[in-house]
Design a protein around this ligand. Structure first.
Ligand code: C2E
Ligand code: MG
Ligand code: MG
Length: 670
């Protein structure tokens, strides 16, 4: 009751209201700044803490000062300027300390920080009171002083805890209660008995003007906080926008990138499924980009991309979208209902890509392969549509007569299956799906095993054994043959090094291996590592391996041969079969292609060729091995023609080592 009486009876209520406005407004801003500090780290946090402390301190101080001016003491008053200033600094420093402590999340600590805030407000209040000189007898009531300290500390703690827990308004209310509660309880503790000194009383209008001026200053300080808050918000939004732009756009061309494209396409699909519309996905791969890059440099390549991107972007109409999704890959999306609109769009895209452009001093037409897939007929997910547009685009790439292909399931699914298979092949070694089978090679006259050909087998986890005729070309296209070939060589050498019966092992080499891998070093290293004598290893190559890069291949073959490894020419009689090949390199063995065996019994021409090859071998001193011997008759015929070596199902099928047993397979022939 005494507090209420104190407020109502001894205060100018207008000024009390003004003090309340300053307190609530300032408090609100200070607590917002505090929350911003909480959301930041390092230097930024310190900056926001400082601003929050300035806002809290100055608004509390102004509230106090206005309220003091509102106190109608009925006696002459003066202020000690130094102490008045000091009281402002006390509350700012106290707020800074408190807010900094409250950055740590533990409730106890936050509560303690809140007490510091409350007590610094109290310290400010009593320092301010000490600066306030009244001509009269001033008496203090210790109980009320003590109560005011409890009030400010408790509400201060409550304010920060509430704020920390996310109760913004609760926090603000407690903060205001801490300030107001302290002030009026503190004022109740004072009683002044005016002394008649003859000094004039302060003019109430002057006091009120001063109070309004102080409030103005408080509002300016608080407004500064608000403005910094707004600037920061704006900068943050801008940063977020810049980051978003960077994440979704390609910096070189300014077009959306792959992520931007996926976002857009996914939205379009959602929309189209609601509206029952169709969407086309158009995949574009530039034809000449690599050429421009290689011949004219990367700057020219960049320029070409920018020009193309600019052209594509300029021709867009409503419902059309284009993005750069890779080095020289673009993709477009078109929403349509009438097929003619789609065709028109594709024609426009094609025209832009086939219009020549000038870069520096040369003229070039980029050209492109374009694939189109349509939602919902060719797929109902973004991934499926893009994949199918790609497949169609690959078909366009392989077709010299067409730049644009639309996805066609029966044609493109084959390509997809091959791509999937090649992905599986990539993991076949790790998944332990590759195995080696050995097929015996026999001397016809002595009926003895002379060696084994190593044949690779791939047991696919879904399709079972995939024929080498299918996966070896795939491995060659993708370059995987280098890893696989190395694995075959190592496995075969390691396994056969253990065989008691000895004999040669013949490993097939692909043209790619001969052209790209450092085969002589690899063979040498493998022999050293596995301990297989060089004389037991034979490498089979086909003529096509030598045709591609003759000088390099022959050089590599000579080095391998110098190690003591023998070289056989495989599938002889098919393909090129030029005598030049036999002349250019001293092969150790000719493997007569198995296609001759099937005709041997009936075709005099086949027999004549076999005879001629055997004669050639004899005169060049190269042994000839006949492949694909399937019957006893074929074997007898070969024998009568003077062929000394053979291999085929009749003599033994390719099988894993453990199924070979120890008996020599030729025993079956006899
Ligand atoms: P190739 O080197 O001419 O191997 C002989 C092929 O003839 C093998 O087929 C073998 O199973 C088959 N064959 C053997 N005897 C007979 C027979 O009496 N009748 C018939 N019809 N066929 C017979 P495969 O294992 O399917 O291999 C096919 C081709 O795949 C091989 O032809 C070879 O060029 C390639 N290949 C196999 N393994 C490897 C390897 O490890 N590396 C490389 N680069 N190519 C390999
Ligand atoms: Mg072979
Ligand atoms: Mg062969």
């Amino acid at each position: 009751m005494r507090v209420v009486t104190c407020v109502v009876a001894f205060h100018n209520l207008w000024l009390v209201a003004l003090a309340a406005v300053v307190c609530i407004g300032g408090g609100w801003v200070a607590l917002e700044l505090f929350r911003r500090a909480d959301a930041r780290q390092g230097m930024q946090r310190s900056g926001w803490l400082f601003l929050a402390a300035i806002a809290a301190g100055s608004s509390v101080w102004c509230t106090h000062f206005i309220a003091i001016l509102a106190y109608d003491v009925q006696a002459p008053i003066t202020f000690d300027p130094l102490l008045t200033m000091a009281s402002l600094l006390i509350v700012i420093a106290g707020s800074l300390l408190s807010f900094t402590m409250a950055m740590e999340k533990r409730t106890l600590r936050v509560g303690f920080a809140g007490c510091v805030l409350g007590l610094s407000i109290a310290a400010m209040h009593y320092a301010g009171m000490a600066a306030y000189h009244v001509d009269g007898i001033v008496e203090w009531d210790a109980t009320y002083i003590f109560a005011s300290l409890i009030v400010s500390a408790a509400f201060g703690a409550g304010a920060l805890i509430a704020l920390r827990r996310g109760y913004q308004y609760g926090g603000l209310a407690m903060f205001v209660l801490a300030v107001v509660g302290l002030h009026f309880t503190g004022m109740t503790a004072v009683s002044v008995t005016p002394l008649v000194t003859g000094a004039p009383l302060a003019d109430a209008t002057v006091l009120a003007t001063m109070a309004v001026a102080v409030a103005g200053v408080a509002l300016i300080v608080v407004a500064t906080g608000v403005v910094s808050y707004m600037i920061d918000n704006d900068a943050t939004e801008r940063n977020v926008e810049t980051l978003r732009q960077m994440a979704l756009n390609d910096p070189l061309t300014g077009l959306p990138n792959r992520t931007g494209f996926s976002d857009f396409l996914n939205n379009e699909i959602d929309r189209a499924s609601d509206e029952g519309k169709q969407i086309a996905v158009i995949g574009v791969d530039l034809d000449k980009f690599k050429e421009i890059n290689d011949l004219r440099g990367h700057d020219a390549g960049d320029q070409a991309l920018k020009i193309i991107a600019g052209r594509l972007a300029n021709m867009l109409r409503d419902g059309e979208f284009v993005a750069r999704i890779g080095g020289d890959e673009f993709a477009a999306v078109k929403r349509f209902t009438d097929q003619r609109d789609l065709l028109d769009f594709v024609t426009r895209v094609e025209r832009e890509l086939f219009t020549s452009m000038r870069i520096d001093d040369f003229e070039v037409t980029p050209g492109a392969s374009i694939g189109v897939s349509v939602y919902p007929s060719d797929g109902d997910t973004a991934a499926r549509l893009v994949g199918n547009a790609d497949l169609a685009m690959y078909r366009a790439k392989g077709d010299v007569t067409r730049a644009v292909c639309f996805y066609e399931a029966d044609m493109d699914e084959l390509a997809r299956a091959r791509r999937n298979l090649s992905l599986d092949l990539r993991r076949a070694i790790d998944r332990n799906q590759l195995e080696l089978h050995y097929q015996v090679q026999t001397s016809v006259a002595a009926k003895q095993m002379i060696g084994h050909e190593v044949l690779l087998r791939w047991k696919h986890h879904e399709f079972g054994y995939v024929p080498p005729a299918e996966f070896i070309p795939l491995a060659e296209e993708t370059g995987l043959i280098l890893t696989i070939g190395e694995w075959v060589l190592r496995e075969a050498c390691a396994e056969s090094a253990e065989w008691k019966e000895g004999g040669k092992i013949a490993v097939n080499l692909s043209a790619i291996q001969l052209a790209h891998a450092d085969m002589p070093r690899l063979v040498h290293q493998t022999l050293l590592d596995t301990g297989l004598p060089a004389s037991r290893l034979e490498l089979e190559i086909t003529e096509s391996s030598i045709i591609q890069d003759k000088v390099r291949s022959l050089h590599a073959l000579r080095q391998i041969r110098a190690l003591g490894v023998t070289i056989a020419i495989d599938d002889f009689g098919t393909g090129y079969s030029s005598l030049e090949t036999l002349r250019s390199f001293p092969f150790d063995r000719i493997k007569l292609d198995r296609s001759f065996m099937t005709e041997l019994e009936h075709s005099p021409q086949a027999r004549a060729i076999v005879r001629a090859v055997l004669a050639l071998g004899k005169s060049l001193d190269i042994s000839v091995l006949a492949e694909g011997v399937e019957t006893l008759q074929q074997l007898h015929l070969l024998e009568s023609e003077g062929c000394n070596e053979a291999q085929g199902y009749f003599l033994g099928r390719p099988k894993p080592r453990k199924e070979h047993g120890t008996a020599l397979p030729i025993a079956a022939v006899a």
